[in-house]
Ligand binder design. Structure first.
Ligand SMILES: [Zn+2]
Length: 132
């Protein structure tokens, strides 16, 4: 069932994030110099000249900013439709993720969500979102 899962790119900028999901933590990159939070992670701060990266662990709660229902084309390892949301985390960053256990005609902007984790294998755990 997991054979066809599309795997994210893991590089030195995003490794802390995937280490986090594997440990059951949703990590947000934070600039150690000015404290600015950012997602997606990258090497440089967008608020100041620093390259000094750290992270904090998010509470794992947020709300739907926007969403899309994917009905076609087929996605390897997935049953359609899939609900994909842009989630505004309570910490103030926005990330994209799959929403599970919410029907495609039930999802709505502003819906409170909480993160959960889908362990694909030893290497990969994907964050997923459920109704809070
Ligand atoms: Zn900064």
């Amino acid at each position: 069932m997991t054979a066809g899962v599309i795997r994210p790119m893991v590089n030195r900028d995003s490794k802390f994030f995937w280490d986090g999901t594997r440990a059951g933590e949703l990590r947000i990159q934070v600039c150690n110099a000015c404290g600015a939070k950012r997602f997606p992670p990258g090497p440089a701060c967008q608020e100041c000249p620093a390259y000094d990266r750290g992270y904090e662990v998010a509470a794992g709660t947020g709300t739907v900013f926007s969403y899309a229902v994917h009905r076609y084309p087929p996605v390897p390892g997935k049953e359609l439709p899939i609900v994909i949301a842009l989630v505004d985390l309570d910490e103030g960053v926005r990330m994209v993720g799959e929403v599970v256990d919410v029907a495609d005609d039930e999802i709505e902007i502003g819906m409170p969500l909480r993160v959960d984790y889908n362990r694909v294998d030893d290497e990969l755990t994907l964050p997923i979102w459920r109704r809070a």
